[in-house]
Design a protein around this ligand. Structure first.
Ligand code: FAD
Length: 470
């Protein structure tokens, strides 16, 4: 069990408690629950957990950590994909007491507190027939997802989550409260949209909302895994000319036992095409026809569902306590022959392992690559291998499985990676995410806002590019 740092006296902790309120140390009954992360692989052992309720209290916690030489770790939704827990004895700023979303239907805007979850934003916006494009699991944090970009079901139509972001309220490394928008601290606002965790703790976000809903039109077609090349051909040929309202994924998975497959297919690899159509119901048939032009599917599921139901449909499947590893990169093409090997790789995964190719483009690609720190505006696809399991004995073998899948998929084309879609986050991975020019610009921003690299437990940009963080 972690101990309160020896340099920290009880009176210091009491002082912090008086200033901030909820402070949990390793001797508390709730400590083990409070230090948990969604991914059970991560064992985070802070010496102090603070749960501030205001930005001022967040600032107090930051100043306290810096005065006492404690590493700062931040938690919003706790869904961190990357294996970043912070060192034993760190101070964890847990924003889970700063939830809540306010929507102004007149201005079509949302004000979101730093610890809010995606589901809160979805519900509050849909109450007025509005939406902010976010991720696909309701209990993910708005904080971590937004500061990395935000990819989900509606982004080809409405842009990334950050493309709808208009303001961030931030507590900086010296405990100041700063607001960043297109016009106030615009360079900071640039960096917050794609590499945001590096510059402070976001206590509030403001988003532009789009009219949408209540239904999302969806389809999933599955095929035997040995048809993966043909199905990929159908998908790839259409992805570049599909309307923005169509979000599309090609994937390879294993046929589950209760999903309506023939007995001889269950347990075998399948290829699939899945879509989310966020346009008018009467356009769906026309817009999805090219995706239905391939061979006869094994199973076909087509229909409409309330968006809010879709957004929470996977909340249980991705429950807290899952173990997970993800590797991904952007690509403009995937070698078709690799797909046969990937089907075999999926078939022999020691646990749940899948491979997917998400079509980007649309509204995502109409924002200039230089406009935000996020990389990937010009990429056609996000290529990803995802592993999920529960047995700790499979940690290494499943991490290896994901890395190996991406090796089979082919060498990285060097057009970046989605920072929120990668469990590996060493300096070389951050470099591969942002590339030389953006890394230099981010490092300059870091020197301005966090010269001591107080916020380093994240996909980290070191203040000096030639001096990687510890
Ligand atoms: C089940 C699951 C589904 C996912 N689905 C999607 C998806 O559909 N689309 C997508 O784009 N991504 C998705 N992700 C990835 C997700 O966006 C990232 O893991 C994200 O960082 C999680 O944010 P969080 O606040 O929940 O996590 P946390 O673990 O709380 O934080 C993650 C990182 O962000 C930093 N951080 C969080 N909040 C703040 C803040 N307010 N201020 C400063 N720093 C902060 C933390 O320091 C940490 O480095 C998913 C992840 C999981 C586990």
């Amino acid at each position: 069990m972690a101990r309160t740092s020896p340099a920290l006296e009880t009176r210091h902790v009491d002082q912090l408690r008086r200033a901030v309120g909820d402070v949990i140390t390793p001797d508390h009954a709730t400590y083990d629950d409070a230090r948990r992360l969604w991914n059970a692989m991560h064992d985070r052992r802070p010496s102090i957990i603070v749960r501030p309720t205001t930005a001022t209290k967040v600032a107090t916690a930051v100043r306290f950590a810096r005065e006492h030489g404690l590493e700062i770790v931040v938690r919003s939704g706790g869904h961190s994909v990357s294996t970043l827990t912070g060192p034993e004895g760190c101070l964890l700023v847990d924003l889970s007491a700063m939830r809540g979303v306010e929507v102004d239907p007149r201005t079509r805007t949302a004000r979101v507190n730093g610890g809010a979850l995606l589901g809160e934003l979805d519900v509050a916006a849909q109450a007025h027939g509005l939406v902010c494009p976010v991720g696909v699991v309701g209990h993910t944090g708005v904080g971590g997802l937004t500061l990395g970009g935000g990819i989900g079901r509606l982004q080809r139509n409405f842009g990334l989550t950050i493309d709808n972001l208009t303001a961030v309220d931030l507590v900086t490394s010296d405990g100041r409260l700063v607001r960043a928008t297109e016009t106030e601290e615009p360079e900071l606002f640039w960096g917050l949209r794609g590499a945001g965790w590096n510059f402070g703790i976001a206590t509030g976000f403001e988003f532009r909302l789009q009219p949408f809903g209540p239904d999302l039109h969806r389809g999933v077609l599955t095929f035997p895994g040995n048809q993966a090349q043909d199905i990929w051909g159908v998908f790839r040929d259409y992805a570049g000319r599909a309307p923005d309202s169509l979000g599309m994924i090609f994937g390879i998975d294993r046929a589950g036992p209760d999903a309506g497959y023939r007995d001889d297919v269950v347990g075998r690899p399948i290829a699939f095409i899945a879509w989310n159509h966020s346009g008018a119901a009467e356009d769906v048939d026309r817009d999805t026809a090219p995706l239905r032009a391939g061979p006869e599917p094994l199973t076909t599921t087509i229909g409409s569902q309330p968006y809010l139901d879709v957004q929470t449909a996977h909340d249980l499947a991705f429950a807290w306590g899952t173990r997970s590893f993800i590797r991904s990169h952007y690509a403009n093409e995937v070698r078709p022959e690799a797909l046969d090997e990937l089907a075999e790789h999926v078939a022999t995964a020691p646990a749940e392992g899948s491979f997917s190719i998400t079509a980007l483009g649309g509204a995502i690609g109409r924002v200039a690559e230089e406009a935000t720190a996020f990389t990937g505006r010009t990429a056609a696809f996000d290529v990803s291998a995802d592993g999920f399991w529960t047995d700790p004995a499979q940690d290494d073998v499943m991490s290896y499985w994901c890395r190996r899948a991406m090796t089979i998929a082919g060498p990285e084309p060097g057009i970046g990676r989605y920072v929120n879609g990668n469990s590996d986050v060493g300096p070389e991975h951050t470099q591969a995410t942002y590339g030389d020019a953006k890394m230099a610009r981010l490092a300059a921003l870091k020197r301005t806002w966090d010269p001591d690299n107080a916020f380093r437990v994240n996909p980290n940009v070191a203040p000096q590019p030639d001096r990687p963080s510890a």
